[in-house]
Design a protein around this ligand. Structure first.
Ligand code: HEM
Length: 291
């Protein structure tokens, strides 16, 4: 396993990011909203935020790169991190990004891919040398995961890992999430937004018009769907609408707030996915460098 310290050092070097920012997803803004679960979610999961009562959420939309000064028009993967605040004072996080599939179970390969992706001339060579990773990476490119997005409200975001939901009787269902936008090209604002922070400006104007809503969908694991691997493709999985995230307003900077994909609550279990298990180690190193 690549030492988390080494991974963070290499990622920081690749982006040339100064210490006070996140190693990846360095540029982002915070927002306030609510999450309300559906009755179907309440049946599958006993966790408190799934009981159908609205709970507050803190959302951070971000550009995936490690450079906090990047102009928003630069093509990039975007992130949507969500912190669900439960009535008992606990919280649980989901971190989505616009790429529908993750290319590897090996953190070292993720670091090498991130480094290689910064050089467009040599990246095809990296793909030739890592044919297993090429499929998911190309799926990301063709699904427009890394483009010059018009708005943080328009793409779908994928938290990638599977989580085990326990119901009231303790029965476990493995699920994967998708945050599906309700915004469409047709309901874009008439203004256009330029400048290095145009995604933030667009969101401010959009929220002045009204809330921004995402549907939270679950893929439910069936035969042959492996919950313990980030690369496993759950073709044909049953889909269930689990609830809605409604974002209402921008928040002042919340840093040093931390989103951690292994922060779960009673009723939600972690899988043995090696990428999921590695992430808090790398995030811990990053948090140490930015706080
Ligand atoms: C081995 C794999 C990965 C590594 C080494 C890695 C590394 C990192 C690091 C170091 C940070 C900054 C943490 C901080 O300072 O708070 C970060 C943030 C983030 N990562 Fe990852 N990551 C990995 C996989 C993933 C995956 C699979 C996803 C999406 C499903 C993801 C989505 C995000 C998001 C959305 C953020 C920003 C969170 C925020 O807004 O605070 N990462 N990642």
């Amino acid at each position: 396993m690549i030492e988390p310290k080494v991974a963070v050092e290499r990622l920081r070097t690749a982006f040339g990011g100064p210490d006070r920012h996140r190693t990846l997803h360095a540029k982002g803004r915070f927002y306030a909203g609510t999450f309300t679960a559906t009755a179907e979610a309440a049946e599958l999961g006993r966790a408190l935020h799934l009981n159908g009562e609205p709970v507050p959420v803190v959302v951070r939309w971000s550009n995936a790169g490690g450079n906090a000064d990047v102009p928003d028009k630069k093509p990039d993967i975007r992130g949507m991190a969500v912190k669900f605040q439960l009535p008992d004072g606990s919280s649980t996080d989901l971190l989505g990004q616009t790429s529908p599939r993750f290319p590897t179970d090996d953190p070292a390969e993720f670091v090498a891919m991130t480094e290689a992706s910064l050089n467009q001339l040599t990246f095809p060579l990296f793909l030739l040398r890592h044919p297993r990773m090429a499929g998911p990476i190309i799926a990301g490119l063709t699904s427009k995961a890394a483009v010059s997005h018009h708005s943080f409200a328009e793409p779908a975001y994928y938290p990638i890992h599977a989580y085990g939901w326990l119901d009231a009787e303790g029965r476990r269902t493995w699920v994967r999430y998708v945050f599906k936008p309700t915004a469409t090209k047709a309901d874009r604002l008439s203004q256009s937004f330029d400048g290095p922070d145009r995604l933030g400006a667009e969101m401010a104007a959009r929220l002045a018009r009204g809330p921004v809503t995402f549907e939270v969908w679950l893929q439910v694991a069936g035969e042959g769907h492996d919950p313990h691997s980030a690369v496993s493709d759950w073709k044909g999985a049953r889909e269930v609408l689990a609830g809605r995230i409604v974002v209402m307003a921008e928040l002042p900077d919340q840093d040093p707030l931390v989103f951690d994909p292994t922060r779960v609550v009673d009723g939600i279990e972690l899988s043995d996915d090696p990428i999921l298990r590695y992430r808090p180690l790398a995030y811990g190193e990053s948090i140490g460098r930015r706080t």
